[in-house]
Every structure is written in structure tokens, then in C-alpha cells.
Design a protein around this ligand. Structure first.
Ligand code: NI
Length: 170
């Protein structure tokens, strides 16, 4: 297991559509271990592989600090197949420095995904866990939560990051 660097906006890998995983063998384990260690160390409640520079469709989650029912989970090639309702909740992201903001999401979603052995699974969930899942699945499609904000808020954030990066260099 090793702690990996979390890529931050505007790293290009965060904007790529991640590749589907097709081989379900032991080679996945080191990546999953690294992602778990990196997520817990951050600390975060979810992490998508592109956030550590691996452009593949894999996410790890553990929102047990917020809701008792979910522990460590791995989802491979997850896809939202059904959604209903809306909710607005505060979001932040390990790849988006210095910003939290209210984001509008579906209230309830059904996700199909594959587990470690490649078996198809389905999960229906709502509220906070549905938010986290939508956020992480977005990462696999090159989407960040700032993309859900108003154009003005997004522009302000980009400006702030540009300034921050420029001052780091000088
Ligand atoms: Ni994120």
C-alpha cells in the first residue's frame, strides 16, 4: 500500500473520461489499496481513480462517519441507471482546493456496477450517499462539482486558482 498524490484542478487527467475496467484479477488490488489509504489519510469519504492519476472507472467510498449503514465499498464501472427527485447539499472535493458549495443533485438514484470479481451489482440509495455517489461517478466522466455551479461562480473559482498557482511559481 502506498499513499498517492491527489491530483488537483486544473490537472488534465481530472477532465478525461476514464476507461472501463475489463480485467478482474489480482492486478486491481494494489490500486484499490492505494486508493483506500489515500482516501482515509486525506481524509475523504470517496475517491475516484482519476484523482490519483489513474484514468480507469473505479471508485472507493466510506461514508460510515456520516451514516452508519455504509462501510468501505469498491465500485467498478459504475453507472447511474435511474434517478428521481432533487436535493441540494454542500459539496467539496479533494481535487478542488479551497471551495465548498451547494450543488443540486438527484435525491434518489440506482447505480449498477461491478464488484471485485466482475459480478454485476445494483444499488438504490438516496440522500447523502446518493450525493457522494453522483459526485464520484462524475469524476469518471471528467466532471467536477464546480461544473454544476453557476457560470459566474465557476469563473470566479478558476480565477482564484489561477492566481494561487501563479503566486506559487513566483
Ligand atoms: Ni471529488
Amino acid at each position: 500500500m502506498s499513499l498517492r498524490t491527489i491530483y488537483k484542478f486544473p490537472e488534465p487527467v481530472l477532465r478525461q473520461k476514464a476507461k472501463k475496467i475489463t480485467e478482474f484479477d489480482d492486478s486491481l488490488q494494489p490500486l484499490i489499496s492505494d486508493m483506500a489509504e489515500t482516501m482515509y489519510e486525506a481524509p475523504g469519504i470517496g475517491l475516484a481513480a482519476p484523482q490519483i492519476g489513474e484514468s480507469v472507472q473505479l471508485i472507493v467510498l466510506d461514508i460510515s462517519k456520516e451514516e452508519d449503514e455504509h462501510k468501505f465499498m469498491v465500485m467498478i464501472n459504475p453507472e447511474i441507471t435511474e434517478h428521481e427527485g432533487t436535493q441540494i447539499d454542500e459539496e467539496g472535493c479533494l481535487s478542488v482546493l479551497d471551495l465548498t458549495a451547494s450543488v443540486k443533485r438527484s435525491l434518489k438514484i440506482t447505480v449498477t456496477y461491478q464488484d471485485l470479481s466482475g459480478e454485476k451489482q445494483e444499488l438504490t440509495t438516496e440522500n447523502r450517499f446518493a450525493v457522494v455517489l453522483q459526485h464520484e461517478i462524475d469524476h469518471l466522466n471528467g466532471i467536477l462539482f464546480i461544473d454544476h455551479l453557476s457560470p459566474l461562480k465557476r469563473a470566479l473559482y478558476k480565477k482564484k486558482i489561477k492566481k494561487m498557482l501563479a503566486s506559487k511559481k513566483s
